[in-house]
Design a protein around this ligand. Structure first.
Ligand SMILES: *Cc1c(COP(=O)(O)O)cnc(C)c1O
Length: 234
């Protein structure tokens, strides 16, 4: 087994244990392998170990990898911030986007989605702990944005995504994830049929799963520590 295969098994075991502790079925949870800063060979090793969904932050870096790995049946998720001038690349290459935080971006993604591809699957990024410097829509504005996104023809609203502040312990992390969960529940109560709550990373996936996450985004626990040399190309 490769190191990546061993790490993947460890992460699946953590997901199973966390789900069992929360009385949940691990089959409700999707593992997104965050391959940013790692090359096509790392993605290929993860695919050989059964992983098919991958997350990327830096658009240019991702498009290169996606193009290189076109021969594999992989699903690509954009989890990084999107500037207006990058929406076309995202609409043309990704299957999912987790970081829609304003209607203008969603409109451009819908307009630029090539007609031969299925609708782009999107999550709204919510700034659930309200930090003023962070990206993501504030909870109070999430419903209006969701209703705007639902009306667009070539995107399909699937849920919300959140990156809370790092918390000192499990209880504190749960409290932060509960804020995002409350937004998710409120949107569903308003009639949006959302099935995806994207939250939890290497360090805090147990707390996220405890609070109802359906998609954890895990990088370093699978691929190892990152060096950020390529980050500037995004
Ligand atoms: C990098 C990143 C991750 C993965 O983080 P790890 O701590 O390496 O698991 C998850 N989500 C987002 C949005 C990221 O940028």
């Amino acid at each position: 087994m490769t190191m990546i295969a061993i790490n993947l098994k460890t992460v699946h075991d953590r997901i199973s244990m966390a789900c069992r502790a929360a009385g949940r079925d691990p089959k409700e949870v999707t593992l997104l392998a965050v391959s940013k800063t790692f090359g096509a060979e790392a993605v290929t090793a993860a695919y050989a170990a059964g992983q098919t969904a991958f997350g990327e932050n830096y658009i240019q870096e991702a498009v290169q990898k996606i193009t290189q790995l076109r021969h594999l049946p992989l699903q690509w998720h954009c989890i990084g911030p999107i500037q207006s001038n990058k929406t076309r690349l995202v609409a043309e290459h990704f299957d999912w986007v987790h970081t829609v935080d304003r209607l203008k971006i969603a409109q451009r993604l819908s307009e630029q989605r090539p007609p031969h591809l299925p609708p782009l699957q999107v999550c709204i990024q919510v700034n659930s702990d309200g930090g003023s410097t962070k990206s993501g829509v504030l909870p109070a504005d999430a419903l209006a944005l969701a209703q705007g996104v639902v009306a667009l023809p070539n995107v399909c609203l699937r849920g919300i995504m959140s990156i809370p502040e790092p918390a000192p312990d499990f209880i504190a992390a749960c409290a932060l994830f509960a804020g995002a969960r409350a937004v998710f529940d409120a949107l569903n109560a308003a009639g949006l049929a959302l099935d995806t709550l994207s939250m939890g990373m290497s360090a805090d996936l147990e707390a996220a799963l405890h609070e109802g996450s359906t998609m954890v985004r895990v990088g370093s626990a699978i691929f190892g520590g990152r060096t950020y040399a390529v980050a500037a190309t995004g």
